[in-house]
Design a protein around this ligand. Structure first.
Ligand SMILES: Cc1cc2nc3c(=O)[nH]c(=O)nc-3n(C[C@H](O)[C@H](O)[C@H](O)COP(=O)(O)OP(=O)(O)OC[C@H]3O[C@@H](n4cnc5c(N)ncnc54)[C@H](O)[C@@H]3O)c2cc1C
Length: 317
């Protein structure tokens, strides 16, 4: 529980792979970290089923179970894990101020931001119903489950084009659903898609419904937005690649971010433009977006926070 006028050495915002890994390292370095989970304790992986690509789980693991393991490991070394949502921050002074649930403030020498990103969905009820049972927002994570099968992917940007070509190596056939009569992807990426024989592009095409047997996805009901003609594509996998939104509203005008809102960190580092404030995981990574890379940068953030504090203490001696 927060105390009045509480001050901590290290405050971690977020409880995905990045936040929990930062907590493990910070706790073992005796920074006595306090971690706020946000409204999704465990982060994005709690919304998926099987995770097969995180090292150390030779038989795979359910996403929620894996995050439970992360939490236990962070707690084992004394991380103070609290349910709470950071509603505002003030990084204008030497000691950083963070407000939780709009109610109480904590000050911290170092802050590690691990608030992640949220995949954008089409917003169909059936899409959420079959999420993890044929519907996915991550081709690299879930493409392997659809080897030799027919799948569909929605999107027209660079990420969608890259994910479509990735899927094409695994799947029998990839139907690419493009809303307009052209791609948004760069010419180079378009070229790759157009030259991949097992990708069929459906222009002017939108998704009306995900079709399934109550358990698993069996197809997608699509329509042509010009002719309004409908048909069901028989696919077993449906990938949504219409983008991600980094959870950075809190830091607008305070921390440097790119045009899409991803936090900018210094090269080979998790340092932000504010001393003592570090960012790790998907909130600063729009390229890899994997649990293992999030965990890797979580480790970096904690090590950098520890070194920052050590240098500060040394300079005050
Ligand atoms: C459906 C799906 C399946 C996936 N499958 C795989 C897979 O098989 N393998 C793989 O490697 N990757 C997979 N990924 C990607 C992986 O989940 C992410 O790369 C990873 O979770 C990013 O970790 P993170 O810690 O940066 O952020 P997240 O996991 O997004 O966690 C962010 C955390 O920040 C918290 N938070 C946000 N805002 C606040 C706030 N204001 N205050 C306090 N807390 C806040 C949230 O509650 C959450 O706990 C998948 C993603 C999805 C969506």
């Amino acid at each position: 529980m927060p105390q009045e006028n509480e001050h901590v050495k290290c405050l971690i915002i977020g409880s995905g792979p990045a936040g929990y890994t930062a907590a493990i390292y910070a706790a073992r370095a005796d920074l006595k970290p306090v971690l706020y989970t946000g409204i999704v304790p465990g982060g994005q992986l709690t919304q998926t089923t099987e995770v097969e690509n995180f090292p150390g789980y030779p038989d795979g693991v359910q996403g929620p179970q894996m995050m439970e393991d992360f939490r236990k490991q962070a707690e084992r070394f004394g991380t103070d894990i609290r349910f709470g949502y950071v509603t505002s921050v003030n990084f204008s002074e030497d000691v950083h101020k963070v407000v939780i649930d709009g109610e109480h403030a904590i000050t911290a020498d170092t802050v590690i931001i691990a608030t992640g990103a949220t995949a954008k969905w089409l917003g169909l009820e059936s899409e959420q119903k079959y999420n993890g049972f044929g519907v996915s927002a991550c081709a690299v994570c879930d493409g392997f489950f659809f080897r030799g099968q027919d799948v569909a992917i929605v999107g027209a940007g660079d990420t969608a084009a890259e994910e479509a070509t990735y899927l094409a190596k695994l799947a029998n056939k990839v139907h690419m659903l493009v809303r307009r009569d052209e791609f948004r992807a760069s010419k180079a990426m378009q070229h790759r898609v157009l030259n991949t024989p097992n990708i069929e592009i459906h222009y002017n095409t939108e998704t009306k419904e995900i079709v399934g047997d109550g358990q698993n996805l069996t197809g997608v009901l699509i329509y042509n937005n010009q002719t309004l003609a409908e048909r069901v594509l028989p696919v077993t996998g449906f990938f949504v690649a219409i983008g991600h939104k980094p959870n950075t509203e809190l830091f607008q005008g305070i921390l440097d971010m790119d045009i899409n809102g991803y936090l900018i960190t210094q090269p080979d580092s998790t340092r932000t433009n504010i001393e003592g404030v570090f960012a790790c995981g998907d909130v600063q990574d729009h390229i890899y977006r994997q649990a293992v890379t999030a965990a890797g940068t979580g480790c970096m953030a904690a090590l950098e926070a520890e070194r920052y504090l050590a240098a500060k203490e040394y300079s005050m001696m």
